[in-house]
Design a protein around this ligand. Structure first.
Ligand SMILES: CSCCC(=O)C(=O)COP(=O)(O)O
Ligand SMILES: [Mg+2]
Length: 225
C-alpha cells in the first residue's frame, strides 16, 4: 500500500519550460546585482565560497560570475548554486514577477491523494527554500498545506540510491510504501534500487520507458501494485 508520494518538480509537477524560460533567465539576469548587494550576508557569503570551491577555488570574482552564469544557463544542478538561485527567485516571487507553473492534473491528483491520507513530499534539485516559494506562489495558489516535507540534494544526489533510503527513513515509511514520480529515468532507477515504487512522468509523451510504469498525466498514475 502506498502511504507516501514523493514528487520531482521540473518536468513532473511543473513544465521544464517554466524553469528554462522563466526561472533560469531571471536568475541569470539578477545574479550580478544580487551578489553585489548581498555578498556580505552570511548565507550568501557561504554559498559563494562553496560555489568557488566547487569551481576549483582559484577563480576571481569576475570569472566566478561568468562561471555561475554558464552553469545556470545550462541548468546545472550544483547544490550551492541551486540554493543561491532560490534566494534570487524569492525576490521575484515576492515582487510578483512570475508564479510557479503547475500542471492542473498534478494539482487535482495531489489534492485527492492528500484527502485520502497519503502524505506528499517533494524531492527536487531546487533548494528546499526554492521549492517552498514555488509551492507558495503557484498558479494554483498556495500548495504548501498539501505537503508534509521537502527534500533537496543536501540529502544526497538524485541519482544516488542512499538519498531515497534516507528520505523514506525521514518520512517514516518502508521504501515499498513510497512512490516516486519523476521525469528522469536515472533518478527513478536509483529510487527503484532503494526499494521505492516508481512512475516515469513523460509530459511530452515521448517513447522511452525502461522498467518504470509511464504516464503522461497524473490521472494515469496507479497506486495499486
Ligand atoms: C522549485 S525548484 C525550480 C526548478 C529547479 O530549479 C530545479 O532544478 C528542479 O529540478 P528537478 O530536480 O525538480 O527536476
Ligand atoms: Mg525533473
Amino acid at each position: 500500500m502506498i502511504r507516501a508520494i514523493i514528487t520531482d518538480i521540473e518536468g513532473t509537477l511543473s513544465g521544464v519550460s517554466f524553469t528554462r524560460e522563466v526561472l533560469l533567465p531571471h536568475a541569470v539576469k539578477h545574479l550580478p546585482e544580487f551578489v553585489r548587494t548581498h555578498r556580505t550576508v552570511p548565507e550568501v557569503k557561504r554559498l559563494l565560497a562553496d560555489i568557488r570551491a566547487y569551481a576549483g577555488g582559484s577563480l576571481d570574482d569576475e570569472a566566478l560570475m561568468q562561471r555561475m552564469v554558464a552553469w545556470m544557463s545550462a541548468d546545472q544542478k550544483i547544490t550551492p548554486l541551486k540554493a543561491l538561485q532560490g534566494l534570487i527567485w524569492e525576490e521575484g516571487y515576492r515582487r510578483g514577477d512570475f508564479k510557479g507553473h503547475v500542471y492542473p492534473d498534478a494539482v487535482a491528483c495531489l489534492r485527492a491523494w492528500h484527502d485520502r491520507g497519503i502524505t506528499l513530499h517533494v524531492f527536487s534539485s531546487g533548494s528546499v527554500r526554492a521549492q517552498e516559494d514555488f509551492l507558495a506562489h503557484s498558479e494554483a495558489g498556495d500548495l504548501r498545506p498539501l505537503f508534509s516535507g521537502n527534500f533537496d540534494t543536501r540529502i544526497g544526489g538524485k541519482t544516488h540510491i542512499a538519498a531515497y533510503k534516507l528520505i523514506t527513513e525521514r518520512i517514516g515509511c518502508a521504501p515499498g510504501e513510497a512512490l516516486f514520480l519523476c521525469d528522469d529515468t536515472r533518478e527513478l532507477d536509483a529510487a527503484a534500487a532503494a526499494g521505492l515504487r516508481t512512475t516515469l512522468v513523460q509530459r511530452q509523451g515521448a517513447a522511452a520507458s525502461g522498467s518504470h510504469p509511464v504516464v503522461t498525466d497524473f490521472h494515469q498514475i496507479r497506486l495499486e501494485p
